[in-house]
Write a protein that binds this ligand. Sequence first.
Ligand code: SIN
Length: 281
Amino acid sequence: MPQPFTVTPFPVIGAELRGIRLSEQSDTATRARLNALFVEHAVLVFRDQFLDAPQLLAASAIFGDVFPQHNARFAVPDCPMVHTISNAETMENGQRYIPGEGYHTDHSNDASPPKATMLSAVKLPSRGGDTQFVDMYRAYAGLPEAMKARLDGRRAVHVYQSSHSARKLPQLAEARRALVPDAVLQPLVLTHPESGRRALYLNPIRIEGILGMDDREALPLLNELLDHATQEKYQYRHVWQQGDVVIWDNRCLMHKANGDYDMTEERFLYRLMIKGVPLSH
Ligand code: SIN
């Protein structure tokens, strides 16, 4: 029997699902419906789940196979395909590290970037720490035709850490460096492999430049596109509730975490990513 649940779409992008229990084995029809909803809404918010790391891993199989994260530093010791997000982390220089700050899409420096990322909330601050998403379909559709023509066929160079990014990532351990490509080319405008819709594909943390374009032209262009894409009219802002599980589509969204809360309070989530396919124009 398919599991009954309600779906409430949000105004810009995303939908809230209530009534389904991700900790229970789902049947084929429920899995197919969830995958269709994922492609349609791009962010799915499952309330009242309270999943630990092995339960999150089991539930993620609804959407595909787990993508191994490039940096293994945050792996859960007895469930290493699941990672942690915690405001107790520090950078190599001892400064606090808030994972996911600044708009980005996940692991775009991989030849086949993860199609989705899934988080399970464990501990939340009493206020703040929201995750913001922007709809890159709408952002693309909202560009002037002349800009669309300028971007057509263009590819960006994505690396582990862009030299232009204000946000710095923790360094990769020596053993992982060989597994991570030096640079990959990704379309600036992609055709979503499942919906067939066109979306802007940006990542200020990973893009080093635009192939065949001088940085004096490319960097202002990338900043202009980022300013355009991150307008409030393209956003869904997720205010976390205890027990939430959220999955989002990295191919048509950018997202960012907010480090705007009282840092004496803990924010702790489990996280994993789902494998994707190579991206194309
Ligand atoms: C992430 O970028 O995956 C983290 C998002 C968050 O912690 O809100």
